[in-house]
Design a protein around this ligand. Structure first.
Ligand code: GMT
Length: 389
């Protein structure tokens, strides 16, 4: 088999975790010499500079008076067919089952009519299974398109198990965890930054998310409210989304106006993580918790819920503390325990870094590369049996 591959990556180009993982994966694979073709409706958020071996194919929305809902799936499928054919791709890797896995199946069928077999790997990220996927409006298509993918990966053992539990899955799901690029996420000296945020040496608590209900940003504020009663501190809220207005109102009610800063969507999250003392992630559902891993790589201990895949990332009593969903009292107590005990805090910082290294990009990327090769090899037999039909 060729030493480098031509890979099509389909994802949501937003700040959501699945888009971030897909983009970082593409960037990492391109550095290793693979040719990467992103197929999406907007340039992915973290792909913002020219890089060798990377191509971007924009899916344009078709507007026509008849279309109350522009048929994105159809335009995406047509673009995928076009790119697979003309760029002679070896494999398609689609991130987030809905609608990408179903569209990939259609693409496969279209290409088969021209005698080309394109293997498809689907990566499940979380809400495509746990929240959206279980919705009756999507469920049959999700199960079908997972079963029709040539390869399926999930970003945590929890998500693999949850997928088997929720759907009738005939395929082997390979767990390949999310990863971290240590060239980017690392502890850095940002003292000037720290002084601007916490001029009197206050502790800095950070939360990053897309402010959806599932992230429970109101719990973040409630935890902080308790912490700042004991420890002078500031809270940085990074990201934006539907719940932001409610969270802002809660901050006003609790009179936290001067202690909480809403920073909105930020490209350089690592610069803010570099000044953080604790990261808060009390989510109601989290298949992995990439934001927590990014914090840990910057030596920031994590206070989180014990939901979903979070215990695979954040180790209770070592890299941070985990609590039952909604137990803001305990989360605040654990946060105070850490922040008021510098030797313990330092130990947790080092443990967090150590644990993050288990998810080093150099360890995880080869897992994807060998999985692609496995899937491509198996698909040769698949194609041969179809040719015989
Ligand atoms: O939850 C989000 O913020 C976005 C969502 C996505 O798919 O874009 O994130 C999911 O995928 C991430 C990357 O694999 C995981 O780190 C998140 O835990 C997961 N979110 C949920 O399961 C709620």
């Amino acid at each position: 088999m060729k030493s480098t591959l031509k890979i099509g990556i389909v994802c949501y180009p937003t700040f959501g975790g699945s888009g971030v993982v897909a983009t970082e994966l593409g960037l990492g694979l391109a550095k290793k010499g693979h040719q990467i073709h992103f197929i999406t409706y907007r340039q992915p958020a973290r792909f913002n500079a020219f890089q060798e071996n990377i191509y971007y194919h924009e899916v344009s929305g078709e507007d026509y008076p008849l279309f109350e809902y522009p048929p994105y799936d159809t335009t995406l499928a047509s673009k995928m067919v076009d790119v697979v054919k003309y760029e002679e791709l070896d494999i398609l890797h689609v991130h987030y089952a809905i609608p990408h896995a179903a569209v990939a199946y259609m693409v496969k069928k279209i290409l088969l009519t021209e005698g080309k077999y394109i293997p498809v790997v689907t990566t499940l990220h979380g809400t495509d299974i746990t929240l959206v996927g279980t919705n009756k409006a999507f469920a049959p298509v999700v199960a079908f398109s997972i079963n029709k993918s040539d390869g399926v990966t999930a970003v945590s053992q929890y998500l693999t198990d949850a997928t088997y539990a929720q759907f009738n899955i005939e395929k082997e799901i390979r767990t390949i965890p999310n990863f971290i690029d240590f060239d980017r996420f690392k502890k850095a000296d940002k003292d000037h930054f720290k002084k601007a945020v916490a001029p009197n040496g206050e502790k800095i608590l950070v939360h990053v998310s897309n402010f959806r209900k599932v992230k429970r940003v109101d719990d973040v504020v409630k935890i902080f409210h308790k912490v700042q009663e004991t420890i002078p501190s500031k809270l940085l809220l990074i990201g934006d989304g539907p719940d932001r207005q409610n969270v802002e109102e809660l901050c006003r009610e609790l009179d936290l106006g001067h202690e909480v800063r809403f920073l909105g969507k930020q490209e350089a999250v690592e610069e803010l993580l570099a000044i953080a003392d604790v990261f808060l992630l009390p989510s109601g559902s989290e298949s992995f918790g990439l934001a927590a891993l990014e914090a840990m790589a910057c030596e920031v201990p994590v206070i989180s819920s014990n939901i979903g895949g979070l215990p695979e990332v954040n180790i209770h009593g070592e890299t941070g503390f985990l609590s039952d969903l909604g137990n803001v009292e305990e989360m605040a107590t654990n946060c105070i325990k850490l922040l008021s005990n510098p030797p313990l805090h330092d130990k947790f910082r080092m443990n967090a870094l150590h644990q993050a290294r288990n998810f080093h990009i150099d360890k995880i990327l080869p897992l994807y590369e060998s999985y692609y090769r496995e899937v491509i090899e198996a698909s040769v037999y698949e194609k041969a049996s179809i040719d015989k039909e």
